[in-house]
Write a protein that binds this ligand. Structure first.
Ligand SMILES: C[S@@+](CC[C@H](N)C(=O)[O-])C[C@H]1O[C@@H](n2cnc3c(N)ncnc32)[C@H](O)[C@@H]1O
Length: 284
C-alpha cells in the first residue's frame, strides 16, 4: 500500500478528518446515489482505453474498481486520493472483491507520478478541491502519455443544484456560523464556471477540451436521507461540533426541507453536472 503523507493544507485536513470519515461511513449510500456517474465513466473507458487508467480523487474506490473490472486483462486502474481513511477503505474493498486495482494516498496536485505512465485519466467529483488547479492539471498532464484522454465529472453551479444546498439553506437560521460558499474556491462547486474549467485545462497543457452539460437522475433510499444530511456537506461538518439539542433541532428542520425530494421510500433529484473531456497533446 502506497501511503505517503500528503501536505498539511485545509483540504488535506478536511478529507483526513470529519469529511473523509463521513464518506467512509456513508459509502454505500453515496455510491448508490452516484452510480449513474460511475456508469458514464466506465463507458468512456470502454470505448477509449486499454492501458493504465488513473482515477483522481478516487475516494473509497467504487469507480476505480468498476473500471478495473471492466478492463480486466486488457488494462489496469489506479486510484489516487489525499484521504488516508478513504484510501484504506478502498484497499479493503479491492481485497474483499478480489479486484486487482491499486491505490495511492497522496495529493494529485503535487504527487511525483512516473512521467507518461497513464493512458487515460478519469474522475468522479474528485478534481474540484485543488488549491492550484492549473498546477494540478499540469501535473496530471505530465503523468499522462501523449494522446491520453482526460474525462471527469464536476458539479455545475449551486443554483442549478438546489438539492445539494437544501441542508445549508434550511439550517442557516439555526447555524449562523455556516461558512458561505465562495465561487471558484476549492470545493464542490469550484468548477461551476465552464470558461474557468476551459482556462484551467488549457493552462495545464490539455487540448481538445470539451465541456458538456449533463443532467443526471439520482436516487437515495429514504432511510439514508438523515444519515446523509446530518454527516455530509457544510451542515454535516457543523453538526459534528453541535450539542445534542441543537443537533436534533437542525436535523428535524433540514429533514423537513428535503420533503419535496421524497417519493415514498426513495429520494430523487437531478444532478446538474459537466462531463469534461480533453486530450494530452503530443509533445513537439
Ligand atoms: C467528493 S469526493 C469524491 C470521491 C470519489 N471520486 C467518489 O465519487 O466517490 C472528493 C474526493 O477528492 C479527494 N481529494 C481532494 N483533494 C485531493 C487532492 N489534492 N488529491 C487527491 N485527492 C483529493 C477527497 O479526499 C475525496 O475523496
Amino acid at each position: 500500500m502506497d501511503v505517503s503523507p500528503p501536505n498539511d493544507d485545509a483540504q488535506t485536513k478536511l478529507w483526513n478528518g470529519p469529511a473523509g470519515r463521513a464518506w467512509v461511513d456513508t459509502q454505500q449510500a453515496l455510491d448508490q446515489m452516484f452510480q449513474p456517474f460511475e456508469e458514464l465513466l466506465v463507458e468512456e473507458v470502454s470505448v477509449s482505453s486499454r492501458g493504465h487508467v488513473l482515477d483522481v480523487g478516487c475516494g473509497t474506490g467504487s469507480t476505480t474498481l468498476a473500471i478495473a473490472r471492466r478492463l480486466a486483462g486488457q488494462g489496469r486502474c489506479t486510484g489516487i486520493d489525499i484521504s488516508d481513511p478513504m484510501i484504506r477503505a478502498a484497499w479493503v474493498r479491492a481485497e474483499r472483491e478480489h479486484t486487482p486495482a491499486s491505490f495511492i494516498c497522496a495529493n494529485a496536485q503535487t504527487h511525483a507520478f512516473a512521467p507518461a505512465g497513464f493512458d487515460m485519466i478519469v474522475s468522479r467529483f474528485g478534481v474540484m478541491f485543488f488549491d492550484d488547479p492549473v498546477r494540478a492539471f499540469a501535473n496530471l498532464r505530465r503523468a499522462a502519455s501523449d494522446d491520453a484522454e482526460l474525462r471527469f465529472i464536476a458539479w455545475r453551479s449551486a443554483a442549478e443544484n438546489p438539492f445539494m444546498t437544501t441542508a445549508e439553506r434550511a439550517a442557516a437560521p439555526l447555524l449562523p456560523q455556516l461558512p458561505a460558499r465562495r465561487p471558484d474556491a476549492p470545493g464542490q462547486f469550484a468548477f461551476a464556471d465552464r470558461r474557468r474549467v476551459q482556462r484551467i485545462l488549457e493552462e495545464g497543457g490539455w487540448a481538445e477540451i470539451d465541456v458538456r452539460q449533463i443532467d443526471v437522475a439520482c436516487t437515495l433510499p429514504e432511510k439514508e436521507l438523515v444519515p446523509y444530511l446530518s454527516r455530509l456537506g457544510p451542515v454535516g461538518l457543523a453538526l459534528h461540533a453541535a450539542d445534542d439539542r441543537s443537533r436534533s433541532q437542525v436535523i428535524a428542520t433540514v429533514r423537513a426541507a428535503f420533503e419535496p425530494y421524497v417519493h415514498a421510500d426513495e429520494v430523487r433529484f437531478t444532478a446538474a453536472c459537466w462531463m469534461v473531456g480533453a486530450r494530452a497533446p503530443r509533445a513537439r
